[in-house]
Design a protein around this ligand. Structure first.
Ligand SMILES: C[S@@+](CC[C@H](N)C(=O)[O-])C[C@H]1O[C@@H](n2cnc3c(N)ncnc32)[C@H](O)[C@@H]1O
Length: 248
């Protein structure tokens, strides 16, 4: 589906502006990611844009995660309505989480763990969610386990801060937060202090308020040590002492 066609249907929805949607659409056509993940879809505007590009390529799939609350939000059509209107349902699967995208990432890691190794399967991850340090640092570390070597991670709103955001600055839960937390550009801090210092990240490029990070093409998939269950060892010792007390 061509960009203008999808934008005619979803363009009026809030969030990512047309120019950014266009960049995203063109990038998908060029990079041809097969498996994509979006963290934060709201009404599914960018989800439809990504799905339209995958449709244009004739291959690929997007999994997109948000909160259950966006199923019915401010009377706007939700992601299911928008995917239905554009006819792109086959290219995108929305997940409405009752907890958080970090909880859904846990489930994905469980599903893709074989013999103690999390097998990465994603080519592209778009993080456009909370824009806050705690959930998004966690989301980054978890999602990196699922990103294939050479895959791309895109961070929305690099210069975001609570104070600069109309919605967040008025949110009741932000009123008692300290000034540094409200003023800080939390996505920029995530990118500078966590993403660019991650041993598996090979490059980070900032363009038009977005940060693009690429995972090293030779990033390993470590198994890590087996988990030692000391409680089981203690239980065995206790049992042996009971059965063979004379030997001690
Ligand atoms: C800016 S909107 C996404 C806009 C969308 N990508 C677009 O441009 O069309 C951010 C979304 O992230 C979601 N979000 C924030 N924190 C979240 C979390 N911890 N788990 C799941 N979704 C979250 C919000 O519910 C909101 O819908």
């Amino acid at each position: 589906m061509k960009f203008n066609q999808v934008y005619e249907t979803v363009g009026h929805l809030p969030c990512t502006e047309e120019a950014q949607c266009r960049v995203l659409y063109d990038w998908i056509l060029e990079a041809r990611p097969k498996e994509c993940l979006e963290l934060g879809f709201l009404y599914g505007k960018t989800s439809c844009v990504i799905a339209a590009a995958l449709h244009e390529l004739g291959a690929g799939h997007l999994t997109s995660i948000d909160m259950e609350a966006v199923r019915n939000h401010k009377g706007n059509p939700n992601i299911l309505d928008n995917l239905g209107k554009t006819g792109l349902q086959a290219y995108a699967t929305p997940v409405f989480s009752r907890i958080s995208y970090t909880w859904e990432l846990k489930k994905l890691i469980e599903k893709h763990t074989v013999d103690g190794r999390c097998q990465p399967f994603l080519d592209f991850i778009f993080l456009d969610g909370a824009h806050l340090w705690e959930p998004d640092v966690c989301a980054f570390y978890l999602a990196m386990k699922l990103l294939k070597p050479g895959g791309w991670f895109l961070f929305d709103d690099y210069m975001f801060s609570i104070e600069k955001s109309d919605w967040w600055s008025r949110a009741p839960e932000m009123q008692d937060k300290p000034a540094d937390y409200r003023k800080e550009s939390q996505v920029e801090r995530l990118v500078t202090l966590v993403v660019s210092q991650h041993p598996d990240v090979e490059s980070v490029v900032i363009r038009d308020n977005w940060a693009w990070a690429r995972k090293k093409t030779d990033a390993a998939v470590p198994a890590g040590p087996a988990v030692t269950h000391l409680t089981k060892t203690i239980a065995w010792r206790w049992l042996l002492n009971k059965l063979l007390p004379a030997r001690r």
